[in-house]
Design a protein around this ligand. Structure first.
Ligand SMILES: [Fe+2]
Length: 165
């Protein structure tokens, strides 16, 4: 898994700010919404089917659901408050919402740090079934996407408004 602080490969700092926001919305916000439903359902199933297995990820479905809800709240705040303000040019009042967004993104990273030990860092045991393996693989891909999203906002978008990390 990528370092959560690592800048994403698709970072293009020359992008005009409106275009960068459009890119974040399409590449990350839309994708997260589409992508998180299936790991949640799969986590429910793996936990239920393997309830007696000490290696099974107990509490994972609940933790992933909490992360997805937190991400949804964060994305909604950006879409309704912060991004429209940025498209309008920003201004001194933008410092506070950016600080709130940075705190949200720190919370996402903390949630992932809580989830990883439940899953032995997304390493299925040798006896894991196909669903179990695909759950961990799917979560790893989603977490990488989220890390890239965090890097685009923290390291590229927010500093354009005078808000260094
Ligand atoms: Fe975002």
């Amino acid at each position: 898994m990528k370092d959560l602080t690592q800048a994403s490969e698709d970072t293009d700092v020359s992008q005009e700010t409106g275009a960068l926001i459009d890119h974040i919305l399409k590449r990350y916000h839309e994708m997260h919404r589409d992508d998180l439903a299936s790991p949640m359902a799969l986590a429910d199933r793996v936990e239920r089917v393997h309830a007696d297995d000490p290696d099974a990820p107990s509490g994972l479905a609940c933790a992933v659901r909490a992360l997805a809800q937190q991400m949804e709240d964060h994305m909604t705040k950006e879409e309704t408050i912060l991004f429209p303000a940025m498209r309008a040019g920003g201004g001194p009042g933008i410092a506070h919402p950016i600080a709130v967004m940075r705190a949200d993104l720190d919370d996402h990273a903390e949630n992932i740090a809580l989830i990883l030990p439940m899953t032995s860092d997304l390493t299925p045991p040798d006896h894991a079934c196909g669903s179990w393996r695909s759950l961990y693989g799917g979560l790893g891909a989603r977490f990488e996407d989220l890390a890239a999203h965090i890097a685009q906002e923290n390291d590229v978008l927010f500093p354009r408004f005078g808000q260094p990390a």
